[in-house]
Design a protein around this ligand. Structure first.
Ligand code: PHE
Length: 352
């Protein structure tokens, strides 16, 4: 088996037209060096199937890094269902595409374990589970570990403590201002936890219906276009990826960025632009790992809630290690995290 570190090309990329749905379904398995690839299934609108495959490949590499950094015995993979329009399929159309996906996962024989991601949740996992056992986060009443989004949010809070410490010398979040970008499943939990911790909030979402939550949390609402340039202490990307680019980095007025959105940097070089502006960036592969830690811990390792809390809080220690490496070796947190993931993969492979 190839020793696939985050720098290598993927083990498998496939695109299959769903037998029932007719939709293009991509699966990328980046690495199984540490174990079966784990990663969610994204159901979203893409301009064309090629863009969806490219996204699956990038998201799969991120899962390899995420799982290695979380010390999970899992490689990285991702599935992407490319919708032809922004409308989300419902009813029998949705069931058809989930059964197609289940068949595709099953045919991979356990090399890839799917789960929830943008556009999919526990009820969808139950339907996928009608066609394959290699699915995590089915509802608790069906024997799964259920919704992972709160656990992803808990990990995000742990990471934000490490970021506050690195930036302001104290992990206290109370009194700091956070700009939360996206109030979806994970972002809403993050905003609530931050409000409970006594933080001040600036929030946005493309869906105006989320303004109710903003009011409830006493948060300042800004338009999506204005959030990147909002004057906040820490920006928290919790929506889709690719928001940090050579065009947007000059607009930023924050001290640090740390959030659960996957693939926030459009390309690795953007990490250097952030560093050059003195903005601390916490690698998304670390910040967002609470969900997969919880799901695989409950379902595959029978870990107790206590052990899981320890692991999820452990994100802060790994992040501090990454910041330390970046500072002392004069590299970016993005590269330091990638190197650490590569080291963990090589070390585990040698023992095994
Ligand atoms: N969507 C999650 C992520 O990007 C992946 C996940 C898979 C979460 C399985 C829970 C369970 O990290």
């Amino acid at each position: 088996l190839a020793l696939n570190t985050p720098d290598s090309s993927p083990e498998l990329v496939q695109i299959v037209r769903g037998r029932r749905s007719g939709l293009p379904i991509s699966v990328a398995i980046h690495s199984t060096a540490l174990g079966p690839a784990a990663g969610g299934c994204r159901i979203a609108h893409y301009p064309d199937p090629a863009a969806a495959v490219a996204d699956a490949r990038r998201l799969a590499v991120a899962m390899t890094e995420k799982n290695a950094l979380a010390s999970l015995d899992h490689g990285g993979g991702k599935a992407v269902v490319a919708l032809p329009s922004p409308d989300r399929p419902s009813g029998t159309g949705r069931t058809a595409l989930l059964h197609d996906l289940g068949d595709i996962v099953e045919a991979l024989g356990g090399r890839y374990i799917t789960g929830p991601d943008v556009g999919s949740g526990p009820p969808d996992m139950a339907v996928i589970g009608e066609r394959t056992t290699h699915v995590s986060c089915r509802p608790v009443e069906d024997g799964g570990s259920g919704d992972s989004s709160l656990h992803t949010a808990r990990g995000t809070l742990a990471a934000l403590g490490a970021v506050a410490k690195e930036t302001y010398g104290s992990p206290r979040l109370a009194g700091l201002t956070f700009g939360v970008i996206g109030l979806g499943a994970v972002g809403a939990h993050v905003a609530r936890l931050l409000a409970q911790a006594g933080a001040r909030l600036v929030v946005t979402d493309v869906d105006p219906a989320t303004r109710g939550l903003a009011d409830e949390l006493d948060a300042t609402w800004v338009r999506p276009d204005d959030v990147l340039s909002a004057e906040v202490d820490i920006l928290v990307p919790a929506a889709l990826g690719g928001l940090l680019t050579a065009r947007t980095v000059p607009l930023l007025r924050c001290a640090a960025i740390a959030g659960p959105a996957n693939n926030q940097l459009d390309e690795p070089a953007t990490g250097r632009l952030l560093a050059a502006r003195g903005i601390l960036w916490a690698p998304d592969v670390l910040v967002s790992s609470g969900g997969v830690i919880h799901a695989t811990g409950v379902e595959l390792r029978q870990e107790s809630e206590e052990q899981l809390t320890e692991r999820i809080d452990g994100i802060a220690a790994t992040l501090r290690q990454v910041f330390h490496t970046a500072r002392t070796r004069r590299t970016t947190p993005a590269l330091a995290a990638r190197q650490l993931a590569g080291q963990r993969i090589r070390a585990t492979r040698r023992e095994g």
